[in-house]
Design a protein around this ligand. Sequence first.
Ligand SMILES: Cc1cc2nc3c(=O)[nH]c(=O)nc-3n(C[C@H](O)[C@H](O)[C@H](O)COP(=O)(O)O)c2cc1C
Length: 188
Amino acid sequence: MNVLGINGSPRIDGNTDIVLDNALEGAKTTGAKTDKIILNTLRFSPCQECEDMPDDGSCIVKDDMQPLYKKVDQADVVILASPIFFGSLSAQTKMMIDRFQCLWRAKYILKKDISRKKRKGIFISVEASTREDFFMNAKSIVKNLFATINAEYTGELLCSGLDEKGSILKHQDFLKKAFELGKKVGQV
Ligand SMILES: Cc1cc2nc3c(=O)[nH]c(=O)nc-3n(C[C@H](O)[C@H](O)[C@H](O)COP(=O)(O)O)c2cc1C
């Protein structure tokens, strides 16, 4: 069982990072192999809407997205974690999602299911406010990504009222829920 965690926050050891780590720790207790990607440390460009896209679902832009495509393809579970920025996903997260346009086109336009393996998808998000509509905005985009990569939207953890770096450490309830979520997906 390969569990891939993707962190879309620029803050290392920030709230998203900490809650994602707890989910990955939970998954590890079931014997799952875990990996974590911090999008902010990758060098990749936004989608360029290339006209000469190949029909095999691959992307011609050779940057740090290439190894990430491979990791997503090999994952049984993808845990995507993003803070809420201006009512939606962080730019880092959205930029990564747009780069899956190559797979979206292959699946929905060319009707080729390149990523045939079925996987599970978990969404984790944190915000300073308690605005449910912000999470809903983010979630609708994440659901679109998960459908594209054949990930069933299996669970979520939406944490409100967290602003300061590391303030989630004062909320053991969120950390416990993240751990349990990771444990649950690791078992299936
Ligand atoms: C650029 C930016 C935009 C933000 N926009 C929102 C927002 O629209 N709604 C909200 O509730 N919090 C917003 N926040 C607060 C973050 O969601 C919050 O601080 C979160 O805990 C950050 O998570 P992190 O520590 O993982 O980066 C914003 C923060 C930044 C830096």
